[in-house]
Design a protein around this ligand. Structure first.
Ligand code: 13P
Length: 258
């Protein structure tokens, strides 16, 4: 069986960039992307802070090559949840993707597997594609617990969701020890873990990204791996030149699945 999984290059800006800084970045990136043939483009996703989403959508106007994502959301449609943003609010801002369960949300904001599961369902209900993050800590890796931990996180995220719902998700394997540290996971090992995530999901067409210190100088090796469909990038997505280099390295490819 041959499955086409369109590559993805997604930038997670975390808590960086004011509205004006976001607009300046986007203008620069749009100019660069203009030069690429449509057939050469991966799915390009930018996940700025909530405050920049509307301005970036306006700037994108009819430009369909770059999509917007949010970095998190609440699972409720509306309600007394001070400080939170709902999937409905994102959907009307033309947001198409939402990162769910990033390790920084799990660690600093105590987001649980149960909340991650609920948020995935809410995202799907409002037509948003969840980018579901999983990953082990350094202590778990050193204790040989990586595979069991990742399987547990993926199963908790997917629990009771149908194959039709699973098909609409993107996953990201982000080993916590590789995030923001400059210590990228070995490409062959990232490929192995991502392959096992795909087995747990049970659908060869679901796209799975790698995240954790993806940079222009290591992206080619990562993208050459058959299971890795793209990157979820923090630091190197903040500069239009380096992010564009990552986009160029993530050109569409055909993946054969036996
Ligand atoms: P870095 O690319 O800065 O390591 O961040 C990765 C990440 O957390 C993306 O979600």
């Amino acid at each position: 069986m041959t499955v086409n999984r369109k590559p993805v290059m997604a930038g997670n800006w975390k808590m960086y960039k004011t509205v004006q800084e976001a607009e300046t970045f986007l203008e620069a990136l749009m100019n660069k992307v203009k030069g690429l043939l449509a057939t050469d483009q991966p799915d390009i996703i930018l996940c700025p802070p909530f405050t920049a989403l509307d301005a970036m959508h306006r700037l994108l106007s009819n430009e369909k090559t770059i999509s917007l994502g949010a970095q998190t959301m609440e699972s409720h449609e509306e309600g007394a949840y001070t400080g939170e943003i709902s999937p409905k609010m994102l959907a009307v801002l033309h947001v198409q993707f939402v990162i769910i369960g990033h390790s920084e949300r799990r660690e600093y904001f105590h987001e649980t597997d149960t909340q991650v599961h609920a948020k995935i369902g809410a995202a799907l209900q409002f037509g948003l594609t969840p980018i579901v993050c999983v990953g082990e800590s350094l202590a778990q890796r050193e204790a040989g617990q990586t595979d069991a931990w990742i399987k547990k996180q993926v199963e908790a995220a997917l629990k009771d969701y149908s194959p039709e719902q699973r098909q609409k998700m993107i996953f990201a394997y982000e080993p916590i020890w590789a995030i923001g540290t400059g210590k990228v996971c070995d490409a062959v090992e990232a490929n192995r873990v991502i392959g096992s995530i795909r087995q747990t999901i049970g659908l060869p067409e679901v796209r799975i990204l790698y995240g954790g210190s993806v940079k222009p100088d290591n992206v080619t090796g990562l993208m050459a791996q058959p299971e890795i469909d793209g990157g979820l990038v923090g630091g190197a997505s903040l500069d239009p030149d380096s992010f564009f280099q990552l986009i160029q390295a993530a050109m569409p490819q055909k993946v054969s699945v036996s």
